[in-house]
Ligand binder design. Structure first.
Ligand code: NAD
Length: 451
């Protein structure tokens, strides 16, 4: 469905009129296209900001990704523009050190290009550390979220990585993702990078899913179809699974991406049986599992029928628990596999008329935390993605005012595209994301809901 405001804002006069009317004037986001490159930061200049008397381990990371780094924002030469800014806030545990970061960041900001990226890194917080250090580390969460709201109108994103000691070698893929344009609709978010899960012996630079078998449920349309295409573009063989009503679209998609179509309802045993049969006849385990299929049956709790309640619980939660249990029972989840569940910001913020839906989407956040611990010793990561307002059939059916509110109440003043969610899933299932498990990544443009 066309976003009228976004279209008008791209015309010079239109943008001016929108501003005069006090309406948001969203910028058309620059998005990454196609498969990952071996040098994702080639030709990019990254300002690297660190606290005085601190050293940084980020320079080799940026160089290996093909970028050029400049230490200290205040040394940026006149006329030079930055593609990204990294604030390495490790060791920034005093107001004096923070003041220096503030000054450098303020000097570097005017040099940041439209659609630029800001990535903040801190040590991860724990109750064991000095209270002052914990306070400063947590302070950067507030700074990240606030700055994201200030710079979103230029298409700039701001995100934060909390890095465990000794885990810098897990930073290549996350730094590439958050400094690149595959993360255009993710802003104001934090992820924790740890080394608790064994890392893959080899990290391919391109075709990162080459030789992997993936399954995407609900693959016939929307986010699922984009995810299936994206995983295939990185070399995965993708099993596209959806219900009988979607057979035509499903077959066309599977043929298009060289994958396999499985027509099955995930609430029925047929889905696990079909996947088990595929694995047995192909002598394979599954390397990537994307639990994408989901439905809404909105009504206030007072007016909700048992049928509406049951349908949402069955598809969005029970089917996922049972499918994973069946795959584990048959030993069909490969070592170093990646599992991603589709949550929602409704599961974080709650939403009127969605007690059933929000229950399931919040439940998945709890599920991935526990499942990550259970499967971590085998190198398997389990995460959730929580989309905000994404332009799909699901949101096209919303009343017009609800739809407009969903689109505008975020730092980027627009809805996301199914491809934005697919990119986040692709990142989380890539071998380089081994430092991320048990977490929920919001793809919401910095939505005010549940912020
Ligand atoms: P969609 O309605 O466009 O697609 C969902 C797909 O799931 C459909 O192809 C449908 O046939 C399939 N499906 C439904 N029940 C199934 C079953 N029992 N067995 C197999 N397949 C089944 O939805 P979407 O907008 O692409 O959403 C995908 C996921 O993202 C869902 O889990 C949804 O809750 C979540 N999500 C979407 C948004 C958004 O704004 N679109 C926001 C937050 C979360």
């Amino acid at each position: 469905m066309t976003d009228f405001l976004l279209a008008v804002a791209q015309q010079g006069l239109g943008a001016k009129v929108l501003r005069q009317l006090g309406l948001p004037s969203p910028v058309k986001l620059k998005r990454g296209e196609g498969a990952y490159s071996a040098k994702p930061l080639a030709n990019q200049t990254i300002g690297l900001i660190i606290a005085p008397e601190q050293s940084t381990q980020l320079t080799p990371v940026i160089q290996q990704l093909g970028g050029q780094s400049l230490i200290r924002g205040d040394q940026v030469r006149d006329g030079l523009l930055l593609n990204g800014i990294i604030v390495d806030a490790n060791g920034c545990h005093s107001v004096e050190a923070l003041r220096s970061l503030f000054e450098q960041l303020q000097a570097a900001l005017p040099r940041l290009r439209k659609h630029g990226r800001i990535l903040v890194l801190t040590a991860s917080s724990s109750v064991q550390q000095a209270a002052a250090a914990a306070a400063f580390n947590q302070g950067f969460v507030g700074l990240t979220k606030s700055l994201a709201k200030e710079v979103g109108k230029r298409g700039v994103t701001v995100n934060l990585l909390k890095v465990d000691p000794g885990c810098q070698h897990r930073l290549y893929a996350p730094v590439a993702f958050f400094l690149g344009h595959y993360s255009s609709y993710i802003t104001g978010q934090s992820l924790h990078i740890s080394c608790g899960i064994p890392a893959p012996a080899q990290l391919p630079a391109t075709a990162v899913l080459s030789g992997k078998a993936a399954v995407v449920t609900g693959a016939a349309g929307g986010i699922g179809a984009e995810t299936a295409k994206r995983l295939a573009s990185e070399g995965a063989h993708v099993i596209c699974l959806d219900t009988a009503g979607q057979t035509e679209k499903l077959n066309a998609l599977a043929a298009d991406i060289g994958g396999t179509a499985i027509v099955a309802d995930i609430t029925q045993p047929e889905a696990a049986i079909a996947l088990t049969d595929w694995c047995k006849s192909n002598k394979r385990q599954l390397d990537v599992i994307v639990h994408n299929a989901g439905i809404t049956r909105d009504k206030t709790l007072a007016r909700m029928s048992e049928k509406q309640w049951d349908a949402v619980l069955a598809v969005n939660l029970q089917a996922i628990l049972e499918l994973d249990a069946a795959l584990l029972d048959h030993d069909l989840i490969a070592a170093e596999a990646r599992v991603v569940c589709l949550s929602s910001i409704s599961g974080i913020a709650g939403n009127y008329g969605q007690t059933n839906y929000a229950f399931t989407k919040a439940a998945l956040i709890g599920y991935v935390k526990a499942q990550a611990v259970k499967l971590g010793s085998r190198g398997v990561t389990v995460n959730a993605v929580a989309p905000g307002f994404i332009e799909t059939d699901m949101t096209a059916s919303l009343p017009v005012l609800v739809r407009e509110a969903g689109r505008r109440l975020n730092a980027l003043s627009q809805g996301g595209k199914p491809g934005d969610v697919a990119e986040a899933i692709q990142f989380l299932v890539s071998p380089g994301a081994s430092g991320i498990s048990g977490q929920t990544l919001r793809v919401c443009g910095g939505s005010l809901l549940g912020a």
